[in-house]
Design a protein around this ligand. Structure first.
Ligand code: ASP
Length: 315
């Protein structure tokens, strides 16, 4: 009996990195590409690093991957053939930084972080964002890869703007993390909707829409049709609903229900809309909800890195 009892190791020693307690650290990110991004974030979180550093390092993996055609390098261009990137970042002190319609820079998330840390502003767009990035030593490069250019040229033959749900002609990596010290941060980055109008900005670089973090309460991020997320100030809403005591999943569900209600008022077909929210609270509980089937997200905690599928409204 004694040896059996000894064989049971304390849970902290068995399952969690030094200093961690159940629920911390944890990182969540949107879509399948979240798995690889989570790995990079986990390296930092599991060695007691800051959530802010983890989310930046995590989403940089997706930004640099030319095979991910909806984020960063290799992202699909706008209808003028220009790859324009949107990103934002928020930390546990409510520091925020954002860039929109940024061209030629591989890592818009790091430019957003530089806006946060090195300017008196919170958001830079277009040429101003690019000049600032160059002044900070970021290198100018061509982000339009051959496959994306080829597809764009094919698209031009019909020039129909029809964002499809769950088809990867958009998608964003939104990542939220809670570190061993119990602090939250988030990052969100995308090339936006493929073949959007030049100058179109979605929810992803808008603090409160694509991402929101309140270190007292929780964090949330969004993916999908950015116009619909902006309409309800989605991620801020999810965090406020958690403040009212809702679980992360219930908070995401209620935010989705606002989109459902508004789309009915506006006579918009819900079948043409996908929005997914993911959220974590201060305890490390997490959840998600989306408009329709097809969205999934990646979770990495002490139990490992895995995909999860949320419940959805349109059955
Ligand atoms: N939310 C992004 C945008 O509207 C796209 C996406 O996540 O699918 O730009």
């Amino acid at each position: 009996m004694a040896s059996a009892a000894l064989a049971v190791k304390p849970i902290l020693e068995l399952d969690f990195p030094t200093g961690a307690i159940p629920g911390k650290p944890i990182v969540l990110s949107t879509w399948d590409f979240g798995l690889k991004a989570n790995e990079a974030a986990w390296k930092i979180l599991s060695s007691s690093g800051r959530a802010l550093d983890a989310v930046e390092a995590g989403v940089k993996i997706t930004e640099a991957d030319p095979n991910e055609r909806s984020v960063g390098y290799g992202g699909r261009p706008d209808r003028d053939g220009r790859v324009t990137l949107d990103a934002c970042i928020m930390d546990d002190f409510a520091n925020i930084g954002s860039v929109a319609a940024l061209e030629h820079i591989m890592h818009p998330i790091s430019v957003a972080r530089a806006v946060m840390e090195k300017t008196p502003h919170v958001m830079l767009v277009g040429d101003g964002a690019l000049s600032f990035a160059l002044s900070q030593g970021f290198k100018k490069q061509n982000l339009l890869t051959e496959p994306s250019e080829k597809e764009w040229k094919e698209w031009l033959t019909k020039s129909e703007y029809k964002p499809k749900v769950n088809i990867e002609n958009h998608d964003t990596i939104g990542m939220i993390a809670l570190d061993v010290n119990g602090n939250l941060s988030g990052a969100c980055t995308t090339s936006g909707m493929a073949y959007k109008m030049h100058g179109r900005v979605g929810d992803s670089p808008i603090i409160g829409a694509g991402l929101y973090v309140d270190n007292e309460i929780g964090a949330a991020t969004a993916t999908g049709h950015g116009e619909e997320v902006i309409r309800i100030a989605g991620s801020h809403l999810v965090v406020e609903l958690m403040r009212q005591g809702k679980s992360p999943e219930k908070a995401c569900q209620e935010a989705v229900m606002r989109i459902v209600a508004i789309s009915k008022k506006r006579n918009q077909s819900l079948r043409d809309i996908q929005v997914g929210f993911i959220a974590i609270n201060k305890k490390g509980e997490f959840g998600s909800y989306c408009v329709q089937d097809g969205f999934s997200y990646a979770v990495h905690d002490a139990k490992g890195n895995r995909m999860a599928k949320p419940d959805f409204y349109l059955k």
